[in-house]
Design a protein around this ligand. Structure first.
Ligand code: NDP
Length: 283
């Protein structure tokens, strides 16, 4: 690939950023589509995010994906915010418009529903309650996406109860905060989504007691390193359908690619297989 002055550039901003898989996805799509574009990673120091955005206003950078810890900063830096980014309280996509304005979107919810479509075909968010483990930005985005898709009730279970209460207060009566040990929390759940970032280290909470969940429920973990997390292993041992976080990553990148490069990713390229090879995971 030859980069020229006309090459359309987009990227991902975060800290740390070295292990981001977004450049792998977007550059594979660019190459397969034969587009004159490139996608790079920007690691910036906390506190420098708004300076970063101001520096690219009206410039030649098409846009950026935004990851931890800048998703709420991204929302604040934008001139226009999509309804789904406003509902999620965070943005993972910023687009730099030619006139100098910046628009924010949140495609994580699209990615979450894409993962369910791919790995739990036939599942519908309006089937029953969603249980979310965690109450951070990703949990908030998950609640927004499921409610928008017709989910009747969302239950939020979080280590810090006050954050679950805050999330519930934000959305109103369809969202309830429950104690993680509440025996009623998992009963009649249609979906169980792990949106906690603490799933793997020595401090990790034990997986929930999936025996309390209905046999037809679907369990999804946003973490994809490793692909089969303790949460998903416990769900599969109970016989639940398990959905991993990698398709969420791919699903959130699809509308971002279109926003940056003006067309959807090319069909037919198996980016999941590509990323699995990089992660050292079997397909
Ligand atoms: P936040 O930092 O906003 O929230 C983290 C959440 O995890 C909080 O609810 C926190 O609880 C909880 N938590 C952290 N450590 C522990 C622990 N040891 N025990 C119990 N709970 C814990 O992160 P995000 O919401 O932005 O992201 C959550 C996860 O989702 C991350 O792993 C992220 O990588 C992943 N993600 C994946 C995506 C994908 O495309 N697959 C997209 C977006 C996110 P408390 O409030 O008590 O601190």
């Amino acid at each position: 690939m030859t980069l020229t002055a006309a090459t359309r550039i987009a990227g991902v901003v975060g800290q740390p950023i070295a292990h981001s898989l977004s450049p792998v996805l977007h550059n594979a799509w660019l190459q397969a589509a034969g587009l004159d574009g490139a996608y790079v990673a920007f690691g910036i120091e906390p506190g420098r995010f708004s300076a970063f955005v101001e520096g690219f206003r009206g410039g030649t950078l098409a846009g950026v994906n935004v990851t931890l810890p800048f998703k709420t900063d991204a929302l604040a830096a934008a001139d226009e915010v999509s309804p789904r980014a406003a509902a999620a309280g965070a943005a993972n996509v910023l687009v730099f418009r030619p006139g100098g304005s910046v628009t924010a979107d949140n495609t994580d919810g699209v990615g979450l529903l894409y993962a369910f479509t791919r790995q739990a075909p036939g599942f519908r968010p309006d089937r029953g309650p969603l249980v979310i483990f965690g109450a951070g930005g990703a949990a908030r985005g998950a609640a927004a996406a499921f409610l928008e898709a017709g989910c009747p009730e969302v239950r939020v279970l979080n280590r810090t109860r006050s954050r679950a209460d805050d999330l519930a207060a934000l959305f109103g009566p369809k969202v309830r905060a429950l104690d993680p040990a509440d025996p009623a929390a998992l009963g009649d759940a249609a979906a169980l989504v792990n949106a906690s970032s603490g799933g793997l280290g020595p401090e990790a909470p034990p997986p929930p007691d999936f025996a309390a969940a209905p046999a037809g429920a679907v369990a999804m973990d946003m973490t994809y390193k490793p692909l089969r997390t303790p949460f998903l292993a416990a769900a599969a041992a109970r016989g639940l359908t398990a959905v991993d976080g990698l398709d969420m990553l791919i699903g959130q990148a699809i509308p971002a690619f279109e926003a940056f490069f003006g067309q959807p990713p090319p069909a037919g390229l198996d980016v999941r297989a590509l990323v699995l090879r990089i992660l050292g995971e079997a397909q």
